[in-house]
Design a protein around this ligand. Sequence first.
Ligand SMILES: NC(=O)c1ccc[n+]([C@@H]2O[C@H](COP(=O)([O-])OP(=O)(O)OC[C@H]3O[C@@H](n4cnc5c(N)ncnc54)[C@H](OP(=O)(O)O)[C@@H]3O)[C@@H](O)[C@H]2O)c1
Length: 333
Amino acid sequence: MNQKTFKAMVVTEKENNQFVREIQDRNIDDLPQGDVLVKVKYSSLNYKDVLSAIGNRGVTKKYPHTPGIDAAGIVAESQSKDFKAGDEVIVTSYDLGMNTSGGFGQYIRVPSQWVVKMPEHLSPRESMIFGTAGFTAALSVYRLVDYGITPNMGRILVSGATGGVGSIAVSILTKAGYEVVAVNGIVDEKDFLLEIGAKEVISIEEATDSGGKPLLKELWAGGIDTIGGEILATMIKSIQSDGGVTCCGNVGSHDLPLNVYPFILRGVTLMGIDSQKCPMPMRLKVWNKIANDWKLERLELLTTEVSLDGLNERIDLILQRKHKGRTIVRLPE
Ligand SMILES: NC(=O)c1ccc[n+]([C@@H]2O[C@H](COP(=O)([O-])OP(=O)(O)OC[C@H]3O[C@@H](n4cnc5c(N)ncnc54)[C@H](OP(=O)(O)O)[C@@H]3O)[C@@H](O)[C@H]2O)c1
């Protein structure tokens, strides 16, 4: 390959624990070891990328670093028998963008075990509108469906519904025939949530019970939580008998102030979601659902597209809790 350098966002640690984000030229030779080199066409912005971009050592230990836990593009070079130059691929999860240079750069080099062939009926751009957030939403819905929760059993509550995981969960559940109640964030996004399919929108306050009762009125057949803490506890206490809740995030809290009664008196099941270590066979099944049964007709409603230069502003919006839906990043040609 003739190209030697590429454009990337680089987060650098300065004095006094300050982190700055700049677009720089980097050398392809400096990318980590791996048998597949991918020219990235699109990436996307996730909560974890924001943590990496502000110097959170729980996500990224060493700086300078290029974040971006998602990438979709074209194989530029491959030493793997499973991929050849020109293949369209998706890379998400594992260590991409955490301590491995990520999708906020024009090139990534990764082990072939991390690479997924682009499913038919899905473009690189569409795959990044989903990205890790959308994959996690789809995995959460998959688990609820697989557990046996059907649309006729009742309504599904989705918390963090204005966010990446939440907004795609609302959209997929609606497409799959479920009636969804969405928890709004601090900015009033009721119209947006109704537009993407929610039947009803409630506030964070309505979704949070701080009264300490062991059980609450049975309101939901199932729930998808991205927040943790009291919202998740309230959701679990409000699930009807034999319902289930998925839990994937901790934007509100990593605590779970709960008792055992929802589990032993109502048979409620709590399902943990870890997209990062999701085994490849399940990963392929979920991407296939995304590309077919759960392909969203109105993806643009959820999407803001930016270039590398526009990314800083979108990171700040998440930090200020003013971001909604999904931000995708178009890398230079
Ligand atoms: N387990 C996994 O595999 C996996 C995969 C992907 C993501 N996640 C996790 O899922 C969570 C959501 O990710 P995301 O990409 O959807 O993030 P996001 O786009 O930033 O959305 C976060 C949502 O949470 C709401 N929120 C933020 N802080 C809150 C608080 N203190 N109390 C109540 N609501 C709050 C936001 O609403 P407002 O800011 O408008 O109030 C927004 O709706 C994160 O914790 C992320 O790490 C986990």
